[in-house]
Design a binder for this molecule. Structure first.
Ligand code: WT7
Length: 630
């Protein structure tokens, strides 16, 4: 059951708004439940005790796997394309995936993992990551996937914050020409994680790694030996399914917690309606399962809908910048979902790589993670979609669990640079600074008025921060942190973050986290980090750094490199500043607050548009910043 026409979209949108109980009760029936819910939805944005499908019971893996064994057992669920283009593809059918998941679930059980325990996963993009995620869900363990590009300290922080007792990792992961030494990094992290009792290690790159007696176990032989029978743990709809960390405006990332029932309905419903896959279509989402896009549109959405998908281990530019187009051609991908940063990056290599391949299998293109500029939209549409593929520009967040605003492929109209209209059940609101709702064609801050099934229920271990971050700016509303414009037809265009987060290549990073890392350097006394427009990444990271005047400093070039590497080591390579400017002081208000608005303007070369600087404690410093701007 899905929306098939624009008129039907209007009708469903209206129904979901006016009768959410009936609407979502009906949608939830597209899934298998062990016990029917008693109440579809409870709680609101004032009380914050949001619940969906209360008293319902289910296991999401029954919906992703068991359910398809009747008629799709031999259909391929996952086509694995390795980093090395010469490595043969691995096709995994629904039946094989089901068996592997059950085996891995038994391995976890044999290592003491029980319902409600947290398990951390730190792996590359191999089928075993997907299998392990589902194995956790099978036995009711709460998974927390940590992106393989994060550092040992970032991993340790996440393991400890969620209280994981088991870690699943790999010896390493190939990334283009390089290798990420996951087990080595995990070992340094584990020095600070006393609660981790067992580590399961998959072999991927066949390198020597240290194995700690009693703690570390090779996972592959354990899976081979394990039984392929594992009854699913019956979960309450509101039991936690996973925790995924996302940067926040303090140095510490937030562990967003999603629940079994609502998340399942949301991931399944949105995938079905946005992408409109038909029988024999092939889906490919290029994200990593370490980010929410991979959770919802690799791990869960496609499987909930019994789709066939490509899972890719590598990077877009290896062995050359034609890799994406080659893979589309090779597997006749019909639905391709990627990020604007990748599109802009690959566009820069010209059409030579695109034209070498047959992309005529493509029917639908997707964009996710950041605003897509008109030029990239047009290039994507014309050269990748051959002018015939609708583009679904999907706006959503780690917190929303799944797509919130998007065109429905081929059903509702797309519009360059607009993410278009909210899905049924998503009641958006544009507000001004005071929280007054703006009507019609307008620009303001983007809020959501009503709970939807996929909303993260809390920040793990910190309900106060959940309330403070999302519900305190405009009481009664969920504040997204984004600014947006709405056209006269009700289409939304996201203008970017309005808070202290920077969207770098589709990943949100907290400026505070990067500042904390810079401040750990012995010569640094203070720092301030802002975003600036970057042709490929969307936003680049610009760091202003004040050095300790009482110390000798090495030459600026070496120091910059050292600072940048330090951020890479502490947080992970994606957090490295693009530019570092050593400054004598930062512009501050009389109360000592850093004027970030000015720092952002300077970093963006908008020197004529600095606004009033007379209220600053130290207005003279602004000229100094401009004079030595990098
Ligand atoms: C932030 C959420 C969407 C899952 C991956 C990122 C930005 C996301 C779009 C889009 C413009 C977008 C927003 C949002 N964003 N999608 N289609 N157009 N901006 O999840 O790391 O939680 O980031 O990404 O700023 O708030 P995330």
């Amino acid at each position: 059951m899905r929306i098939k026409t624009a008129a039907q979209y209007e009708e469903w949108y209206k129904n979901a708004k006016e009768n959410p109980e009936d609407f979502w009760g009906e949608m939830a029936q597209n899934f298998s439940w062990r016990r029917r819910w008693e109440k579809v939805q409870e709680g609101d944005f004032n009380s914050l005790d949001i619940k969906w499908f209360q008293a319902g019971q289910l296991n999401i893996t029954e919906n992703c796997l068991d359910r398809h064994l009747k008629d799709k057992a031999d259909q391929v669920a996952v086509i694995f394309e390795a980093n090395d283009p010469n490595e043969p593809a691995r096709n995994i059918t629904y039946k094989e995936l089901f068996e592997k998941v059950c085996k891995m679930a038994n391995v976890l059980k044999n290592h003491g993992v029980q319902k409600g325990d947290r398990v951390c996963l730190y792996m590359g993009m191999i089928p075993e990551l997907l299998i392990s995620v589902l194995a956790c869900a099978r036995i009711g363990a709460v998974h927390s996937v940590v992106f393989g590009g994060f550092s040992n300290q970032s991993l340790a922080m996440r393991i400890n914050d969620c209280g994981a007792k088991l870690l699943i990792t790999c010896d390493g992961s190939p990334r283009g020409k390089k290798q990420v030494l996951l087990k080595d990094i995990a070992d340094s992290a584990l020095k600070d994680c006393p609660n981790v009792e067992n580590v399961l290690v998959f072999k991927r790159i066949e390198i020597e790694v240290a194995m700690k007696e009693g703690r570390d176990h090779w996972a592959n032989p354990l899976i081979d030996e394990a039984s392929s029978e594992c009854a699913p743990e019956i979960m309450d709809a509101e039991d936690p399914l996973f925790i995924l960390y996302s940067s926040g405006s303090t140095g510490k990332p937030k562990g967003l917690m999603h629940t079994c029932g609502g998340y399942m309905v949301w991931a399944g419903f949105t995938f079905n309606n946005v992408f409109q896959m038909e029988k024999d279509d092939i889906f490919w989402c290029t994200a990593d399962i370490g980010w929410i896009t991979g959770h919802s549109y690799i791990a869960y959405g496609p499987l909930l809908n019994g789709a066939t998908q490509v899972m890719f281990e590598g990077i877009p530019t290896y062995p050359d910048p034609g890799r994406f187009w080659k893979v589309i051609d090779k597997y006749k991908v019909t639905h391709f979902y990627t990020a604007p940063t990748a599109i802009r990056h690959l566009e820069g290599f010209g059409l030579e790589y695109v034209n070498k391949r047959d992309l005529s299998s493509l029917k639908v293109l997707g964009s996710v993670g950041e605003p897509i500029n008109e030029e990239a939209w047009n290039w994507y549409s014309k050269h990748i979609g051959n002018g015939k593929c609708p583009i679904v520009d999907t706006w959503w967040q780690t917190e929303t669990g799944g797509i919130m605003i998007s065109a429905l492929a081929g059903v509702t109209k797309d519009k360059a640079t607009y993410t278009t209209k909210p899905l049924p059940g998503v009641i958006m609101s544009l507000v001004d600074h005071e929280g007054k709702e703006l009507e019609g064609e307008n620009e303001g801050n983007l809020c959501i008025k009503k709970p939807w099934p996929g909303i993260a229920r809390t920040i793990w271990g910190n309900p106060e921060r959940y309330k403070e971050t999302y519900f305190s700016t405009y009481p009664g509303l969920y504040f997204t942190g984004d600014g947006a414009k709405r056209d006269s037809e009700g289409n939304f265009r996201i203008t970017g973050r309005v808070d202290d987060l920077i969207n770098v290549s589709g990943h949100l990073l907290g400026t505070a986290e990067i500042e904390d890392a810079l401040n750990q350097h012995k010569e640094v006394v203070e720092s301030a980090v802002v975003g600036y427009p970057h042709n490929i990444k969307g936003s680049g990271i610009y760091a202003y750094v004040i050095l300790d005047q009482n110390q000798e400093h090495e030459n600026p070039e070496d120091l910059n490199k050292e600072l940048s590497n330090m951020v890479g080591t502490i947080l992970g390579p994606i957090c490295k500043p693009d530019k570092i400017q050593i400054v004598p002081a930062l512009p501050k208000t009389r109360s000592g607050k850093i004027m970030r608005r000015i720092l952002r303007k300077v970093a963006s070369n908008k020197f004529d548009d600095l606004g009033d600087t007379s209220t600053l404690l130290n207005p003279e410093v602004v000229d100094e910043l401009i004079k030595h701007k990098i």
